[in-house]
Design a protein around this ligand. Structure first.
Ligand code: IMP
Ligand code: MG
Length: 175
């Protein structure tokens, strides 16, 4: 176990209070855009910790590559249901690894004319970053290890863990 469940919940509550403050004066609802599948857990918790009016939408993307390494080639499997022109958009992510997926998403969403696009992520692996982008809210920085739980999977397993845990290298065969 790397991050226990109660530490995640405490951190999300603090991040939500910051988000409440930063977006206090919106005329419109804040649009939370979750990146499926991994963000479904943080989305459910964060949307409830945030007190200001918010709406929720999801995108599904696939990045080609092996199960533990992202390639940067992104395909949209499910697009937003909502038009985001003029809206304040907060992308909700489980983890930023190389940053390639989010870099693509940010540019894609920005081309639709939103009022703003910011990012909130539970986890970030600073050592692995290949594209620099401003990430407004980061829950925890983690070392370069493969993690599962709280939405994050290995081969579609472990998403339902309430904590963040590491996998032994022999499990994913890249030791
Ligand atoms: P990036 O494009 O390299 O930033 O990768 C982002 C996506 O890769 C995340 O949304 C996850 O789905 C996946 N990913 C990256 N690192 C991990 C990890 O340690 N465990 C599980 N999934 C990961
Ligand atoms: Mg993901």
């Amino acid at each position: 176990m790397l991050i226990p469940a109660d530490a995640i919940q405490e951190r999300l509550a603090v991040m939500a209070r910051q988000i409440d403050e930063d977006y206090a004066d919106l005329d419109d609802t804040l649009l939370l855009v979750g990146v499926l599948k991994g963000a479904f857990v943080i989305m459910a918790d964060l949307a409830r910790y945030i007190s200001i009016p918010n709406s929720v939408d999801f995108m599904a993307v696939s990045s080609y590559g092996s199960s533990t390494r992202s390639s940067g080639v992104v395909r949209i499997l499910k697009d937003l249901d909502t038009e985001i022109e003029g809206r304040h958009v907060l992308i909700v992510e489980d983890i930023i690894d190389s940053g390639l997926t989010l870099d693509y998403l940010v540019h894609n969403l920005e081309s639709r004319g939103p009022a703003s696009v910011e990012i909130v992520t539970l986890l970030a692996k600073p050592d692995r970053r290949r594209v620099e982008m401003p990430v407004r809210y980061i829950g925890f920085e983690v070392p370069d290890v493969f993690v599962v739980g709280y939405g994050l999977d290995f081969d579609e397993r472990y998403r339902n863990l309430s904590c963040i845990a590491t996998l032994k290298p022999e499990v994913y065969g890249e030791a």
